[in-house]
Design a binder for this molecule. Structure first.
Ligand code: SAM
Length: 297
């Protein structure tokens, strides 16, 4: 008789792990979801339909991959662990719209891989239960690639989700919030308790829904310098913006003059702390710094 249970049911997950003699590698962030209702909620949050192509990072034994394949046109999943490739071939054998790529997603040329594997171009979404040890690098890898990702619905440690979606003036707000919110609108969709994973992690998780903005949140004349400035502003957490700027850009007279002029033009008090500045204020300051840099050369 055909087994109609979802992969994510605790009993089926257990059977799959036993059948393949699989043991978890903590170093690869392997915490598998064993609650089909949460997987369904993730797919609902991502609003996937037959006209959507989905990229998944880290399919594990295929729990989320299976649900994605039931709703999406095509699914492409990157898995680094070679021991999981034969497992996935077994658990997902009934689906013809899934491609598993055995690769470290951080080393993948995303644009090229997507062009090679999806049979047809369609709106693209990233849906994943991310390996927690590299959540931020994976997010940045997708954001900085020129892939037209319309939406990302991703699970991560709640604390990281809080940082990404944080508003200015809060403790969680930092350069990561800005790097992501520059490209995407970030919303915390729901919390996932640690009890629904095997093995159980130490902290709760959250699902973050990121929707690509048509144009970046603010207009900057030099994107690279803008991100450099936002990182500089948060380097020393309890110091003023002025101290952080001197720390990153230099303390010599010419640099002080340049920073002073730029802050004045941007109408930003140097005694403020980095975490109080909005994206608009960072953009204003970055643009002023670019103006004065050009004028000074
Ligand atoms: N999707 C499954 C689930 O929800 O049950 C598993 C998620 S588990 C948190 C993370 C998965 O990412 C694991 O399967 C792990 O082997 C894989 N992984 C870890 N590092 C990776 C990398 N650099 N590239 C691709 N996959 C990776």
């Amino acid at each position: 008789m055909k087994d109609t249970r979802d992969i994510a049911t605790p009993s089926k997950t257990k059977e799959i792990l036993a059948k393949h003699g699989f043991t978890f590698k903590k170093s690869l962030g392997q915490n598998f979801l064993t609650e089909p209702n949460i997987l369904r909620k993730i797919v609902e949050t991502a609003e996937i339909d037959q006209d959507t192509n989905v990229i998944e990072v880290g399919p594990g034994i295929g729990a989320l991959t299976e649900q994605l394949a039931q709703h999406a046109a095509e699914v492409l999943a990157f898995e680094i662990d070679d021991r999981l490739i034969p497992v996935l071939q077994d658990t997902l054998q009934d689906y013809s719209n899934i491609e598993i790529v055995h690769q470290d997603v951080l080393k993948a040329d995303l644009k090229k891989t997507v062009a090679q594997h999806f049979k047809q171009e369609r709106p693209l979404k990233v849906v994943a239960n991310l390996p927690y040890y590299i959540t931020t690098p994976i997010m940045m890898h997708f954001l900085e690639s020129d892939l037209p990702v319309a939406e990302m619905v991703v699970m991560m440690q709640k604390e990281v989700a809080d940082r990404i979606s944080a508003k200015p003036g809060t403790k969680a707000y930092g350069s990561l919030s800005i790097a992501v919110q520059y490209f995407m609108e970030a919303k915390l969709a729901f919390i996932v308790p640690k009890t629904v994973f095997v093995p159980q992690p130490n902290v709760d998780s959250a699902i973050l829904k990121l929707t690509r903005r048509e144009v970046p949140a603010v207009t900057v004349s030099n994107e690279k310098e803008f991100f450099k400035l936002t990182r500089a502003a948060f380097q020393l957490r309890r110091k003023t913006l002025w101290n952080n700027l001197l720390h990153s850009y230099g303390k010599d007279e010419a640099t002080r003059q340049w920073l002073n002029d730029s802050l004045k033009e941007a109408e930003i008090d140097p005694k403020r702390r980095g975490e109080t500045l909005s994206l608009e204020e960072f953009a204003r300051l970055s643009n002023a710094m670019e103006n004065y840099r050009v004028a000074g050369e």
